[in-house]
Structure formats: C-alpha cells, structure tokens
Design a protein around this ligand. Structure first.
Ligand code: TXA
Ligand code: MG
Length: 320
C-alpha cells in the first residue's frame, strides 16, 4: 500500500515497525526496506521479503550521531565524517559496542555495524516517530537494481510490503558511500553519494582497497564470519565431543551441548537466532559444531548459505 505520509500515516508505520513488520521508506539515496534493528525477527523479515539468498550485513539508520553512538564505537575519524556529511548519503562501518541492542543479524555475524543518518525528511520523521534504529537495505528484490521511487518498490516487492511511504523520486538516486573505519586505515567499501575527494578533504589521502588490505570488495566481507570451531553440516548423528546446532522438534541426541535454532521448525525464528547461537556454541570446549540439516526453501536458503560459508575451509580467511 503506497501512502503519502502525514502524522497519522507515520503513526501507523511506526506501529507496523513495533510489531516487527517491514516498512519501505525513501532516503535521499534510494528507498530502503526498514525494520526495527533491535528485533531479531524483524531483521529476519527483511531477508525474507527481499528473497535474499545470503545474509549480507545491513545498514542501520539512526536519527542522529548521538543515537548511533549508543550502538557503535564512534572514533575520531567517524566523528569528523559525521560532522561533515551527516545527515547524508554516507555509511560508516564501525566496531559494535559490546552492549549494543542491535540484532546480530544486521552485522551478519561480523564484529562491526554499518551506520547511517539519512537526511530525507520522510526517513527522519519515520525514525523519530518509531523511536527505533531501522535496519534497511535497498527496497528491491534480491539481485534487482535499487528503487528510487515508490513505484519501483511496489513493482519489485509489491504485496510483500505492508506499507510503502511515498516521497517521490530520490534526490541522490545512488546508494550511500560505505566507508569502513573499523581498521587501522579507512577503506571505501562501496563508492556512492559522497565522493572519494569529499572524504579525502576530511580524512586526508585514503589508500585504495587492495594489496595491503584484507577487504577487496564488500561482497567478500560476507565470507569473513566463521566460528573458530570446525562446522560439520547435515549432521544426522552427533558425538559427545561435539556441540549441536539443532533445528526442529526432534533434535538428535548425544551432543555435549545442544542449542535449537527453532524447536517449532520456523525458519524465520532460525534466521533470527543463527548468529547468536553460533557465537554461543563457539565458546564451548568441544571439537566441532555439528549442524542438523535445514530445508533449502525460503529463509532456509539464506541460512544454509551462511552455514556453508561458516563451514568452508579457512586457509584464505584472515583475521580482521
Ligand atoms: O543508500 C543506501 O545505503 C541504502 C539506503 C536504504 O540506506 N541502503 C543500501 O543497503 O544500499 P544495501 O543492503 O543494499 O547495501 C549495504 C552495503 C552492502 O554492500 C553491505 O555489504 C555493506 O553495506 N555493509 C553493511 N554492513 C556492513 C558491515 N558491517 N561491514 C561491511 N560492509 C557492510
Ligand atoms: Mg542493495
């Protein structure tokens, strides 16, 4: 349902967000598919709605720097860039605070979080009315180009989104620039609405992501999260020296410790709990984490994608 926002519409949108639903809204870059970033199930709904085959990390939107500062460690470079370009088309990747309430799904298991303060009036009003940080990737079906009008969103996601806030055409029309400030040197992960020259005017020269960087492209980042313990997939039996990540009402027996992604066999719940439970089991003194099979349908496709990445050989994976 496309809505031109007024105070009533903002309240209805906020109510949907509080219920864990998704709402599409305009930013100055592209339309985002927003959900309450502090709610695991809501974050999982984003992947479900987009039909994303893998859990890419999500940008979390805040009304101002002070709100973002509660969730990530804002270092001096981040402060300088925020001062210069927020609100605006710039996203900063920063270390999560240990006490952060943001769903681990937004970080796709990484120790970092991408944060942004958009300047579009409708995005701002929605953030203020909902009083929640909003996780929002571009509001298009996975693999399609980013939407720059409410009609694009409707064409791509249509009846899968209960509400689309209409703000006309996006002013920038290109996604935000993503800068990783979590390492020793700043790295531009994605060129976008703020140019390299603009960034360098604040930070000084920025090295190309390349030779001495372990980040070659944002896509590669999704392969970075891997537990320290070996992962054994499609487990149909389990040993005493293993931890078990179970799924469904009949977990196999015999593991040293068992955590169930969803005793009801609900893939949305499993997606929401995946990274948290992997982190938890990874702390156990066992030889491996065995994982029961999950169906390769719906969110199961994204969950299995992440599990396969977590289980892949680590030889080329560097610590960050
Ligand atoms: O303009 C935009 O950025 C739009 C509006 C809605 O804010 N959002 C957007 O989100 O383009 P999405 O999900 O389509 O792209 C997010 C980009 C991806 O390249 C992702 O890999 C990167 O940001 N990203 C998110 N979190 C990250 C993290 N913790 N570390 C590294 N890269 C991250
Ligand atoms: Mg996108």
């Amino acid at each position: 349902m496309i809505k031109v926002p007024d105070p009533e519409v903002y309240r209805a949108a906020a109510a949907l967000l509080h219920q864990g639903e998704v709402v599409a809204f305009p930013t100055e870059t592209v339309y985002g598919l927003g959900a309450d970033a502090t709610n695991d199930r809501a974050a999982a709904r984003i992947f479900e709605t987009k039909g994303r085959p893998s859990f890419n990390p999500l940008i979390v939107h805040f009304e101002d720097l002070a709100a973002a500062d509660q969730e990530v460690d804002v270092n001096s470079r981040a402060e300088a860039l925020a001062e210069a370009f927020w609100p605006g088309p710039l996203t900063l990747v920063l270390p999560r605070r240990p006490e952060s309430r943001i769903s681990l799904l937004c970080s796709a298991g990484l120790p970092t979080l991408a944060v942004r303060v958009p300047r579009h009036e409708i995005g701002q009003n929605l953030l203020r009315t909902a009083q929640r940080p909003l996780a929002a990737p571009s509001a298009n079906a996975s693999g399609k180009i980013s939407p720059t009008s409410a009609a694009h969103v409707a064409a791509s996601l249509g009846n899968r989104v209960p509400m689309i806030l209409d703000g006309g055409d996006c002013e920038v029309g290109l996604e935000s620039t993503v800068v990783d400030l979590s390492g020793v040197q700043p790295v531009v992960l994605r060129p976008g609405g703020i140019t390299r020259e603009q960034l360098e005017a604040v930070l000084g020269p920025i090295a190309e992501a390349g030779a001495d960087s372990d980040i070659k492209s944002p896509g590669m980042l999704t392969s970075h999260y891997a537990p320290a313990l070996p992962i054994r997939l499609n487990a149909r039996e389990v040993g005493q020296s293993e931890a078990l990540l179970a799924f469904g009402p009949n977990p196999i027996e015999g593991a040293a410790v068992t955590k169930n992604l969803s005793p009801d066999g609900d893939l949305g719940e499993a997606a929401a709990r995946l990274f948290g439970l992997l982190h938890l089991l990874d702390k156990e003194t066992v030889e491996a984490i065995a994982v029961m099979p999950l169906p390769e349908v719906g969110l199961g496709i994204a969950i299995n994608d992440r599990l396969r990445r977590a289980a892949a050989p680590r030889a080329h994976t560097k610590e960050r």
